[in-house]
Structure formats: structure tokens, C-alpha cells
Ligand binder design. Structure first.
Ligand code: ATP
Length: 654
């Protein structure tokens, strides 16, 4: 969108090269973008690559592919060739990486006279073995390089798929989910759980496979070299190593649990104090907050200390076991060499392999932690992806044809929870072009009735129809295209004011946008903004007044040209001038449209064609203002109270 200047007369404060001429002509100081800056910007924009908007379709019902159960395996097997390549590289790394000590053994025995005998002192053998050693190292290093690349790419694709899958699922879920589930939990699924998986996929899984395979390869080589020595090693050292590893696994699991809880608490506390910063300052709670945060951070520090302590025992402990193994081997192997039952080369190879045997075990245990965390994250994400939307689109749903806008509640009963009804047997018809205001005490069910019209929820009994079509039989897209919703607290997205107004119709022309802005009386507000409609919205519009936000929401609804409007009147108190502006904008918006208006002020309700009084989930009175006042029922009572309060207020000295 390019909308530099303001509305109405004059060039306003908007930028753009045009501003130079108009302000100079008016004898005003120059307030536009300097030409040299503009040419710099133009050059930069010209060098920007063009990105095409992907032609993505979004289906309300998940397709077969998306319905596949989420598991680590299903995620990986989507890229079978990459998986096979990664597997092959794991084998190459594990085998080629363990050839070195065997070459050393051969060089010692047959090049350096390790086995006594003629022809066993051969410098050529030593050189050949050294060259072969270098070749195998090069093969291993190359395979490692490709392995990192392949698994990195595989992880990136899998994470991309997963993020899109979970996000698309969130878009499909019903409103009920978002009120019950805390936004923070969903955020943590999308951030920390997905991050955990990323770590596992990026190098965790391939490392796990490499270490496990390396251990198998070394065990086979040890037994092939000398069964007795290999057996002694396995019997003496491996059990001790297994016991230490089991202890470490348990202790570190406990530790990581504490660390995860700790960081979650630190973030939660930080986020709460940032959100509530105004209240904190107003009530002088800064000191208490610092004390509380110190405690939370302290718990996190203790958890980290604990894991450091566990690591400090396990790492050096297993190393010590390794040294012990070497000492035993020196004694037994040395005796065997002395008795010529073992070659010197084989003994040295044993030493080298034994060293290499411990490292994979340590790494395996550590990688196992990553694996478990990743697996736990998959389970949590699966639970999220398996959540069914409460409001689903029928598979044979048809598009709602262009409507006139006759809304009918037919014996509608509804409860958010099965054991508590919020709406009971409501019967009401709103004729095309009519505005019906819902009034009643707080918690009576007014907003709930509106949510049933927009099909955020489905009635438990009865049905809601538009032009005779049951809402459950039509596609959500076609329904919502013809419905406009103005919520109580308008939500402004990141972007410009213009983007926000054109939210429901991004393809709207500048002319249409201007019409919407002028018709709802927003033009002078936009004129006052530094860049007109291109002014960027900060912090969800918190820098705008609540009246301005409401007018933007009304302009947004106007531009969408819906046949039916559902409007929740804002409760925030506005000054008289803003209120008059909003009311005028409302009149423009409601013209020739069917509308349901949740009115919190009787002055608004009075403007509707009819008023429905809602009480404890039932409609107890319906009629226009005069009829209801004449009837002397609940509405008349509310009206009398309101009039007497207004009188009292107007007689109170300022
Ligand atoms: P107000 O004028 O204060 O906006 P209202 O008449 O619009 O009130 P509703 O928001 O429709 O009232 O709420 C009707 C009842 O349903 C209330 O008792 C409320 O506590 C309950 N309720 C609303 N939303 C939910 C929800 N998501 N889950 C459970 N109960 C809910």
C-alpha cells in the first residue's frame, strides 16, 4: 500500500517527494524526505530481490497427509533419500574411523619387528600404513562433513514441516481451545519443544547412531584380535561402566527436569512482571518483585549446579574406570606378550581401542538425554496436533450463496461446559436489514448468542440459520466472508493503519480504503498521523486512543462490506465527542445491513430497530424501545434506572 499524504485538504504531514513541492509552495519549512535520502532508498529497494507470494491453499478440514499420526519416524520418512544417505554416512564414519589402531598394529608387528622374525622390519610397511591411516582419516572427515550437512538439511526441512503443520492446525482449532488452553503453553510448544526436536534431529540422532555403531565395531575388533583379552575387558570394565551410566542417566534426567522447570519459571516471572509493569510501578511492588525474581533465579541456579555436579562425577569417574582398565590390561596383556601369546602390536591396538571405547559410552548417555527430551517434545506436540476442533466443517458442506441476511435462532440451547447451560431455548428472527440490540446484565449470554451466529461454537440443541441455511451445512469460509465482526476490544496487527483497515480485504483499492475511512469519520484522525495510513501501529495499537482503535475497527468492518454484522459495543468510557463520532460511524455501518448489536449502553440500544432483553440465557422481552418501555417489564426498569442516573449525573456540579 502506498498512501503518502493525508485526507481531506492539503498535503498533511505525509512524506513522499510530493511533500517537498507543496510545503515549499505554502511557505512552510521542508518536512519531507530529502532527495538524496530518497534516491538511496530507491536504490536499495531496486536491489531487493522480488519474492512472489506463494499460492497456498488452506483447507478447513485437514487432509490425509496432515492427519498422519505425528512421530519422529513419520517426520523423518518424508525424506527417505536423505535418511538413507544419512544412514550410509553413519556407517562410513563408524567403520572408517576405527581402522587406525588396526593399521598401527600391522605397522608395529610387520614394519617395526613387533613379531620377531625375518622380514618383519620393513620401513615400506610403516610408510604404507601411515599413508593408509591418512586416507582413512580423510574418508572419515569427509563423511563427517557431509553427515553434518545432510542431517542439518534434513532437520531444517523436518522442522519447517512441523512448524507449518502445527501452525496450520492451530488455525483450524475452534475458539474454545484458545480460551481453555493458555497462550503460554501453546507458545512453549511452538518454541522450546520444537527447539528440542531441532537439536535432536540436527546432530542428536546421527551421533546416537554413530556412537552405538562405533561401540559394536570396536567390540567386534577386540574379540577378533584376542578373545581372552577382549573377554576380560568386557567382564571387568563394562559392568562397572553400565552401572555408572545408569546412575548418570537417572540423575541427569532429574537434573534436566529441574533445569527445564527452572527456566520456565524464570521466563514466566519475567513475562508477568513485564506485562504488569504499570500495576507494579503504581503499587510500589518493585522491591518484592526483585526478591521474588531472585528466588526464582536462585532455584534455576541450584538446578544448574546439580547437573554440573552430576556431570562432574560421571565424566571423570568413567575416565578413571578407563585408566583402571588400561592398568589391568597392561598387567594381563603384558604377561601374554611375555609368553608370546599376544603380539606387541595387538596390545597397543587394544590400548588404543579401549580409549575409544569409553568415549562413545559417555556420549551415548549424553545423547540419550537429548533423545528423551526430543521424544517428550514429540509426544507433547502430538497431543496438540491430535486435538480435534470442536467446530468442524461437514465434509459435504456447500458454499453459502450471497445472502439477504435473515438470521434465525431456532430453539437454541448451548453450554460451554456440558453441565452448565448458558443459552436456553432461544427463538428469535432478525429480518434482513434489521438491527437487533441485545441488552441484559453481565454474564447473561449476549456475547455467546453472537458467537453462535459467527459459528465460533455450535448450539448443543436447536439450530442457527441464515436465509434458511443451517450454519453447520455451509463452508466456514463462505459464511465468514459475508459476516462482519467488530469485537469489544479491537485487535490491531503489526503493520500500518492502512493494512489494519484492509485486513479482511487486502485487495481493496486505495479509493475504497479512502471511502471507508471517510465514511466512518476517521479521516481527520488519519490526517493527524505522521504518515497518514502508512503510519506503523506500535504495540497492537496501544499508542492510539481507545476511540481511535474503535473507529479503525469500524472502518475495517465497513470495507469488508458484509451483509451481516455482529458488533460487540466497547465498554470503555469515551468522552462525549468521541462517543458521538462512534455513534455516527455505527449508523453508517448499520445502514442496510442485518446487525446484531451487543449493547452495553442503553443510548446505543435505543438506536436499534428492536431490542432483545437477555437474562440468564433466555430472551425475556423483544420489541422496539417505545413498546418495551410501555410494557413496563425488565427493559422499562433498566430504562428508568438509566434515566434517573443520567439526571443525577447532569445535576451533579462538576
Ligand atoms: P458481558 O455483558 O459481561 O459481556 P455477556 O452477556 O456477553 O456478558 P457471555 O460472555 O455470553 O455474557 O457469558 C455468558 C456466561 O458464559 C457467563 O456466565 C460466562 O462466565 C460463561 N462463559 C463465557 N465464555 C466462556 C468460556 N469460554 N468457557 C466457559 N464459560 C464461559
Amino acid at each position: 500500500m502506498t498512501w503518502g499524504g493525508g485526507f481531506g485538504g492539503g498535503g498533511g504531514l505525509g512524506g513522499g517527494p510530493g511533500a517537498v513541492g507543496s510545503s515549499a509552495a505554502a511557505g512552510l519549512p521542508f518536512a519531507g524526505i530529502p532527495a538524496e535520502l530518497q534516491s538511496g532508498v530507491d536504490r536499495l529497494v531496486a536491489s531487493e530481490p522480488e519474492y512472489e507470494t506463494p499460492t497456498l491453499t488452506f483447507e478447513q478440514n485437514a487432509n490425509e497427509n496432515e492427519l498422519k499420526r505425528l512421530s519422529l519416524w513419520s517426520l523423518l520418512t518424508k525424506y527417505p533419500w536423505m535418511l538413507v544417505l544419512a544412514g550410509l554416512l553413519v556407517v562410513v564414519i563408524s567403520v572408517a574411523g576405527q581402522v587406525g589402531p588396526k593399521l598401527t598394529e600391522y605397522a608395529i608387528n610387520y614394519g617395526m619387528g613387533g613379531i620377531p622374525g625375518p622380514g618383519h622390519l620393513d620401513f615400506g610397511v610403516v610408510v604404507a600404513m601411515a599413508i593408509a591411516y591418512v586416507v582413512f582419516i580423510a574418508v572419515t572427515a569427509t563423511a563427517q562433513r557431509f553427515s553434518v550437512q545432510v542431517t542439518g538439511r534434513l532437520a531444517a526441512w523436518v522442522m519447517n514441516d512441523l512448524r507449518v503443520k502445527v501452525f496450520a492446525h492451530l488455525q483450524r482449532l475452534s475458539l474454545g481451545f484458545f480460551t481453555e488452553e493458555k497462550a503460554g503453553v501453546v507458545m512453549s510448544r511452538m518454541t522450546s519443544d520444537i527447539e528440542n526436536l531441532q537439536q535432536l534431529l540436527q546432530d542428536g540422532l546421527s551421533q546416537l547412531a554413530i556412537q552405538a555403531l562405533t561401540m559394536v565395531v570396536i567390540t567386534i575388533i577386540l574379540f577378533a584380535t584376542n578373545v581372552l583379552l577382549a573377554f576380560i575387558t568386557v567382564v571387568l570394565i563394562v559392568p562397572a561402566l553400565v552401572v555408572a551410566s545408569i546412575w548418570f542417566k537417572r540423575a541427569s534426567e532429574r537434573g534436566y527436569d529441574k533445569v527445564r522447570d527452572g527456566i520456565a519459571n524464570v521466563l514466566a516471572d519475567l513475562s508477568e512482571s513485564l506485562h504488569g509493569v504499570r500495576i507494579v510501578t503504581a503499587h510500589n511492588r518493585q522491591r518484592n518483585n526483585v526478591i521474588h525474581h531472585r528466588n526464582v533465579v536462585g532455584d534455576y541456579r541450584d538446578a544448574n549446579n546439580y547437573t554440573a555436579h552430576v556431570n562432574a562425577i560421571y565424566g571423570p569417574g568413567t575416565q578413571m574406570l578407563g585408566f583402571l582398565g588400561q592398568a589391568i590390561m597392561l598387567a594381563i596383556g603384558g604377561t601374554m606378550v611375555a609368553h608370546h601369546t599376544l603380539s606387541v602390536g595387538a596390545l597397543i591396538a587394544f590400548f588404543l581401542y579401549l580409549n575409544r571405547f569409553f568415549q562413545p559410552i559417555q556420549l551415548l548417555v549424553q545423547q540419550y538425554n537429548t533423545y528423551q527430551q526430543g521424544q517428550a517434545s514429540v509426544n507433547k506436540l502430538r497431543a496438540l496436533v491430535d486435538t480435534e476442533p470442536e467446530v468442524t466443517e461437514a465434509t459435504d458442506a456447500t458454499d453459502l450463496p450471497p445472502i439477504e441476511g435473515r438470521i434465525a435462532f431456532e430453539h437454541v440451547t448451548f453450554g460451554y461446559l456440558s453441565d452448565r447451560l448458558v443459552i436456553e431455548d432461544v427463538d428469535l428472527v432478525v429480518e434482513p436489514g434489521e438491527t437487533v440490540a441485545f441488552v441484559g446484565p453481565t454474564g447473561a449470554g449476549k456475547s455467546t448468542l453472537a458467537k453462535l451466529v459467527t459459528r465460533f461454537y455450535d448450539p448443543t440443541e436447536g439450530r442457527v440459520t441464515i436465509d434458511g441455511h443451517d450454519l453447520r451445512d455451509v463452508t466456514m469460509r463462505s459464511l465468514r466472508r459475508q459476516l462482519g465482526v467488530v469485537p469489544q476490544e479491537p485487535f490491531l496487527f503489526a503493520g500500518t493503519i492502512g493494512d489494519n483497515i484492509a485486513f479482511a480485504r487486502p485487495d481493496a483499492s486505495d479509493g475504497e480504503l479512502r471511502e471507508a475511512v471517510e465514511r466512518v469519520g476517521l479521516a481527520d484522525v488519519i490526517d493527524r498521523m505522521p504518515a497518514g495510513l502508512d503510519t506503523v501501529v506500535h504495540e497492537r495499537g496501544q499508542t492510539l486512543s481507545s476511540g481511535e482503535r474503535q473507529l479503525i475497527a469500524l472502518a475495517r468492518a465497513f470495507l469488508a462490506h458484509p451483509r451481516v454484522l455482529v458488533l460487540d459495543e466497547a465498554t470503555s468510557n469515551l468522552d462525549l465527542q468521541s462517543e458521538t463520532k462512534i455513534e455516527t460511524a455505527l449508523d453508517v455501518l448499520l445502514e442496510n445491513r442485518t446487525a446484531i448489536l451487543i449493547a452495553h449502553r442503553l443510548s446505543t440500544a435505543m438506536r436499534a430497530d428492536r431490542i432483545a432483553v437477555v437474562d440468564e440465557g433466555r430472551i425475556i422481552e423483544v420489541g422496539n424501545h417505545d413498546e418495551l418501555v410501555a410494557r413496563g417489564g425488565r427493559y422499562a426498569e433498566m430504562y428508568e434506572t438509566w434515566v434517573s442516573q443520567s439526571d443525577a449525573a447532569s445535576h451533579t456540579p462538576a
